[in-house]
Design a protein around this ligand. Structure first.
Ligand code: T3D
Length: 260
């Protein structure tokens, strides 16, 4: 593990910080390896019930590191196969919520990795650009999947084809984000949000991820069946029993996140 990714645990929250601030946290091999290991460790650790993904310095992530010899002789498909696609799949499959806290500029794959999280928030000074077109590439890291689903086809095509930079407030208005916070409050609000998620019924959060991940490819019938199956599983969790008991006893529920 290198220091390209910083890990910190606060209660049941694992804070994962992209840490190449002098390159605006552009993604190189070390950073990819650090993220991959971080998400594997989070998946295996029952004590971690939510993730906060953010960047060190003034950037969230400037996408692929363009300063490391990347060029016409590089097989970009291979790096997607080996690095970006496994990362996006890991984030989407993680049975725990990920808060993408976009603290500053996000460009290229840096935007789309944020969008692979579950709840995306941004500091008011953050900005977003599907920068790929500026260098003759197409959106990757799930951008051509997430973006049209979040903002609609018309806006997504324009963002991808024009490569313009939009502000956090514009991104929120387009539906790319859940919420924008003032810079001064951002770190605190992001941790509060992740801490709130970490106290919720983790199995149900994982099931929500599962349902929403499947939703865009499913018919209504298939989705109704998936909801039935997931609800059946949730009905057997200790957190469901606790939630109902706490409701009837008129007290706050104490969820453990355990499967059984
Ligand atoms: O195989 C594969 O990996 C394919 C995958 C591709 C996925 C992609 O993400 S492609 C898109 C790659 N990203 C970009 O094209 C964005 C490039 N960066 C920018 O356009 C700008 O830096 C930003 C809009 C992000 C921010 O602009 P600004 O003015 O706020 O900052 P800056 O001065 O441009 O950047 C600050 C430093 O970070 C600067 O270094 P210096 O001059 O201080 O030594 C700059 O070179 C460096 N930096 C920024 N982005 C990258 C980077 N260094 C390497 N790679 C970067 N992507």
């Amino acid at each position: 593990m290198t220091d390209a990714v910083l890990l910190e645990t606060r209660g049941a929250v694992r804070i994962v910080t992209l840490n190449r601030p002098d390159r605006l946290n552009a993604l190189n091999a070390d950073l990819h390896a650090g993220l991959s290991a971080a998400f594997d460790a989070i998946a295996a650790d029952d004590a971690i019930r939510a993730v906060l993904l953010t960047g060190a310095g003034r950037g969230f992530c400037a996408g692929a590191d363009l300063g490391q010899g990347i060029g016409a002789s590089t097989d970009l498909g291979e790096s997607l196969d080996k690095q970006y696609n496994p990362l996006v799949r890991k984030m989407r499959a993680l049975p725990k919520p990920i808060v993408s806290a976009v603290n500053g500029v996000a460009a290229g794959a840096g935007v789309n990795i944020a969008l692979a999280g579950d709840i995306i928030i941004a500091a008011r000074s953050a900005s977003f650009t599907q920068a790929f077109i500026r260098i003759g590439l197409v959106p990757d890291a799930g951008g051509s999947y997430f973006l049209p689903r979040l903002v609609g086809d018309a806006k997504a095509r324009a963002l991808a084809m024009l490569g313009e930079t939009i502000s956090a407030e514009q991104a929120e208005a387009l539906g790319m984000l859940y919420r924008v916070y003032d810079d001064v409050d951002f770190a605190t609000e992001a941790l509060t949000l992740a801490t709130n998620l970490a106290a919720k019924p983790t199995q149900a959060l994982a099931a929500i991820k599962n349902a929403f991940n499947a939703s865009s490819g499913n018919s209504l019938d298939t989705q109704l069946n998936l909801e039935r199956d997931l609800q059946r599983q949730m009905g057997r969790t200790p957190d469901f029993a606790e939630g109902v008991k706490a409701f009837l006893e008129k007290r706050p529920a104490q969820f453990t996140g355990r499967a059984a």
